[in-house]
Design a protein around this ligand. Structure first.
Ligand code: ATP
Length: 489
């Protein structure tokens, strides 16, 4: 079983300290979320699992942590200044603002015969579409809205801005990065040379990205500030298609290996008209984020994308390529990011395969898939979060059966302290044992260790399994080993 809808997770996440609405004491801030004590652990565990799998368990990978704010030229030559935009339309009657492409998609869904009426940005918006707010069909023209957050660098910016906007625009404008990938491309040579790498190899990066989304929403699915886990894999042209397919399979299997049900995952081949300007082929991994929707096709949305970006980015940031008139395409770059293949004695711009995943969307998928409900012997409903042990925020809770018995409490606290250097462990005595188990089930703790009267005599404790509710008696001396073995299974 998995969560029936995102709302179930929103309420669990708030109640149990995973995710809180941001700035709530001031009325909140649309689509901004703060990760609470359990949420930060879950995010860190997702990132750690990805990094371990992507970087440590391979022979052909390096890591990187590039700046969020880069030279503006990066976004000029990557194409983001010109093309990283969504088309917007306003309803003239109610002033509602919408993504033109989303309204068109919805319209085509109900009117398949209208598919050929492809509209473009900056043209008259499809007059047959009715405003979802007020039902009118009185639209402004569609126009592109750039999603990058623009800012200005340095203290002089504001003062100078009053007198000479033009110059300031050129010298001080910067953007918060909308993807981590460009930081990797501009460091390609430095990483390759300092680490003496030969193509094929990859560079992985985890970090925050920012997009001024027109319609954020669906909890942590789409926000304006989010975190990405991206990797750029550099290959010889001609070897790109095979590598691309391998990464599609690898990524799909990674999610499944961490517990996502294959019934809730699917691969989606982006049709040509959806492809980004740099992509030769892109396959998205979809997750069933919206199982409550009547139309099965609308259950799905993107969890991650795996793109073949060709040699577009390395070429775009290089000083050598010339246009048809023999002029440098990029007169601002001081480097040529081509690669010399010693073995073949050939120079080329490597092709790039990019698996790009969102930390937050992954967290949402893991929470939804882990969600289950069960009835206790007493007939009470219980939520059990069956997170993979690698992802669970807390690995073990140590619980005393009687909190008014100092020897039992002392033994439980000592066991917790002995475990905590090895795994995230907590001690809890704030309720009866049934309530304590329920609390740990609901936050996905794989094991509860209970210290009882008998423990004082036989130096053994009860280990309870979250998923089966079965209990096993284990010697305290063997406990560490026992838990560690079961956690890595
Ligand atoms: P979408 O079509 O949903 O806007 P995208 O195709 O623009 O996403 P990519 O540029 O491929 O997204 O980014 C890679 C991944 O980063 C996405 O698959 C998603 O997991 C994550 N991501 C992108 N935008 C957001 C956002 N606004 N909020 C949360 N995660 C995001």
């Amino acid at each position: 079983m998995s969560a029936p809808n995102i709302e179930t997770i929103v309420s669990l996440a708030k109640r149990r300290g995973f995710v809180f609405p941001s700035s709530e004491i001031y009325g909140g801030l649309g689509s901004a979320w703060d990760y609470g004590p359990l949420g930060v652990e879950l995010c860190n565990n997702v990132k750690r699992a990805w990094w371990r799998w992507m970087v440590y368990e391979r022979d052909d990978m390096e890591g990187l942590d590039s700046s969020i704010i880069l030279n503006r030229a990066v976004w000029k030559y990557s194409g983001h200044e010109e093309t990283f935009s969504d088309p917007l339309v306003d309803c003239k009657k109610c002033n509602g603002r919408f993504r033109a492409d989303k309204l068109q998609e919805e319209y085509e869904h109900h009117h398949p015969e209208a598919r050929h009426l492809v509209y473009e940005t900056k043209i008259r918006f499809n007059p047959n579409i009715k405003c979802p707010n007020c039902g009118a069909s009185d639209w402004t023209d569609a126009r592109p809205f750039n999603l990058m957050f623009r800012t200005q660098l340095g203290a002089t910016a504001e003062a100078a801005n009053e007198t000479d906007e033009g110059d300031i625009y050129l010298s001080n404008v910067a953007y918060l990065r909308p993807e981590t990938a460009q930081g990797i491309f501009i460091n390609f040579h430095l990483v390759q040379q300092t680490m003496r790498r030969k193509v094929p190899f990859g560079i992985a990066q985890i970090g925050k990205s920012f997009r001024n989304e027109v319609t954020p929403g669906n909890f942590i699915f789409r926000t304006r500030e989010f975190e990405q886990m991206e990797m750029e894999y550099f290959v010889r042209p001609g070897e790109d298609e095979t590598a691309h397919q391998e990464w599609i399979d690898n990524c799909y299997n990674w999610y499944a290996s961490l517990g996502l049900s294959r019934d809730n995952l699917r691969l989606y081949e982006q049709p040509k008209e959806e492809l980004a300007h740099y992509a030769k082929r892109t396959v998205d991994i979809h997750y069933r984020f919206f199982p409550e929707r009547a139309d099965e096709e609308k259950h799905w949305d993107e969890l991650m994308g795996i793109a073949n970006r060709t040699d577009f980015d390395l070429k775009a940031h290089s000083k050598n390529p010339l246009n048809e008139e023999g002029k440098r395409v990029n007169p601002d770059s001081t480097e040529d990011l081509s690669y010399f293949d010693e073995a073949r004695k050939e120079r080329y711009y490597p092709y790039v395969i990019e698996p790009a995943a969102g930390v937050n969307r992954s967290v949402l998928a893991f929470l939804m898939d882990a969600y289950s409900e069960r009835t206790t012997e007493k007939g009470e409903p219980r939520v059990v979060l069956k997170l993979h042990p690698k992802l669970a925020p807390i690995k073990v809770a140590v619980l005393p059966l009687a909190k008014n018995k100092p020897e039992i409490v002392g033994m439980a606290k000592a066991i917790k302290r002995s475990l905590q250097p090895l795994m995230r462990a907590v001690y809890d005595d704030t309720g009866g044992i049934g309530k304590l188990y329920a609390r740990q089930d609901e936050i996905g703790t794989p094991f509860c260790v209970t210290v009882d009267h008998q423990s004082l005599e036989d130096e053994a404790v009860t280990v309870r399994d979250r998923d089966t509710w079965e209990q096993e008696r284990i010697k305290v001396a063997d406990l560490q080993q026992h838990l560690q073995t079961r956690l890595i299974k």
